[in-house]
Design a binder for this molecule. Sequence first.
Ligand code: ZN
Length: 312
Amino acid sequence: MKKIISLLIIFIANFSFAQKKVAITFDDLPSQQMKFDDCVYITDNLLKILKDNNLPIIGFVNAGKTDIEYQQDKRIAQLKKWIAAGYDLGNHTYAHSDIGKVGLQAYEEDVIKGEPLVIKLMEEAGKKMKYYRHPFLYTGKTVEQKDSLDKFLKERGYTIAPVTLDNSDWMFNSCYYSAKAKDNKTLADSIVASYLEYMNLTFDFFENLSQEFLGRQVNHVLLVHSNMINADHFDKIINMLKSRGYEFISLDEALTDTAYTLPDAQMKWGRSWIHRWMKAKGLTLKSDPNEPKWIVELYTEIAKSGKKNEDY
Ligand SMILES: [Zn+2]
C-alpha cells in the first residue's frame, strides 16, 4: 500500500510538473564573441549540446556579424551549421541597432538590411523566414514609435518573438570570457556557479510572476545568447530546466498560448513580456532578480577597459 501511495505521489508530482513548457531561443548569431576562432568554437560546442538534448530551438541572426572582409564565407558557414542541424533562423537586425538611439527610420533600415542573408539561408533549407527578435528587447522609445514599428514588422510579414524568461547571461558571459582568456580557472568556475544560481532565481521569479498574473504557467520563452559561457555550460541550464519539470517546445508551439494575444505595453528597455502585459493592464511592476554585486562590478571593470570583445 505504501508503495502504491508513493507511486501515486510521484505520478501526481510529475503530472503537475509537466504543465511547464519552454521554448529556447538564441540571440546574436553566429556569436557574441567576434574573434573568428571563438565563433567556430561557440557554434560547434553549442550545437553539440543542443543536438545531444534534441531541443527544438531557434536562432536570431545579426547578419552584420558575418560581414567581415576575407572571412564572410567562413562566418556564414557557421550559420549554415545551425541550418544543417535542422534549426530555424530569424532576423535580429543587421547591426543590433538600439531604436532609442538611432530612431525609427534608421532602425527599420537595419531590419531590412538584416533580411537577405537569413532569407537565403532559410530558403536553401526549403523554409521561410518568419520571426523577428528586437535587439535589447527594445520595442520602441515611445508608444507612437512602438506602434509604428509594430505596423512595419507586420507589413513585412514578421511574427515577433517575445520573451518571458529574460536574464543577463551576457553580463556573466563577459566576466567568464575575460577569466577564461586569462586562464583563471578558479574565477571562471565561480562565475559559472554564480550564473547557475542567478538563472535558477530568475526562473523562480518569472514562474511566480506568471502564476500571479495568469494563474498558471505561460508557455515560457527563454532568451539566451550564442556566447562562450553557454558554449561551455548550457548543458547545466538544460538540466536545471529539466529538474524544474520543463518540457521543451518550439517557438511556434509556445506562441499558441493565448497569453501572447494580450496587448504588450511599450517599455523603454527590454523586459519580460509578462511585465509588458501587466503594464498594459495598469498593474504595478516588480524588479527582476539582480545580478550579484561582484558580477556587476567585474562586468563594469571589463566594460570600462573596452575588452568586452562582444556586441550584444
Ligand atoms: Zn541581441
